[in-house]
Design a protein around this ligand. Sequence first.
Ligand SMILES: C[S@@+](CC[C@H](N)C(=O)[O-])C[C@H]1O[C@@H](n2cnc3c(N)ncnc32)[C@H](O)[C@@H]1O
Length: 152
Amino acid sequence: MATYDAYDKSKVNDDWKTPLYAWKQIEEYIPTDKQIWCPFYYNGEHSLKDLRDIIHIDENFFENDRGDIVVDNPPFSIKKQVIQRLLELDKPFILLLPVSTICYQYFPRDKNIQIIIPPKRINFKADGKSSASFDTIYVCYKINLKRDIIFL
Ligand SMILES: C[S@@+](CC[C@H](N)C(=O)[O-])C[C@H]1O[C@@H](n2cnc3c(N)ncnc32)[C@H](O)[C@@H]1O
């Protein structure tokens, strides 16, 4: 389990693993010609590994810049900083985020932002339990989808 500066694990619970079906249902939208960086590290397992080659290393996301595109489920407690960092890097991304994120002031008003809306609530997993009390969507940046909003 990773710990990083300026990130107090005792105060947040961000260790939710993404189930494989969450990536499978958007597989056709994940570019096949790009190197994929999954920077958000829990215990080394990452379900996207079942579908694609990925870069997934136990290191601080904010101090690194890898691959051509980020596809991942970030720690929601620092989602604002994650989005800002990726925009600074101008790194294309597909991030799973709570749907409410698009209502925040910091959410980028950018023509390159597109969203994919899943058919039902995604249930993340932690400690053998499976749960989510909120809905998540896929926020995409510079992925060049054919439509700006895609309902799965
Ligand atoms: C929601 S979990 C997702 C784990 C995995 N990416 C997945 O999709 O199954 C987010 C993880 O990011 C890790 N994390 C928090 N801050 C980080 C940082 N600065 N760099 C890398 N990982 C971080 C947390 O430890 C947490 O387990």
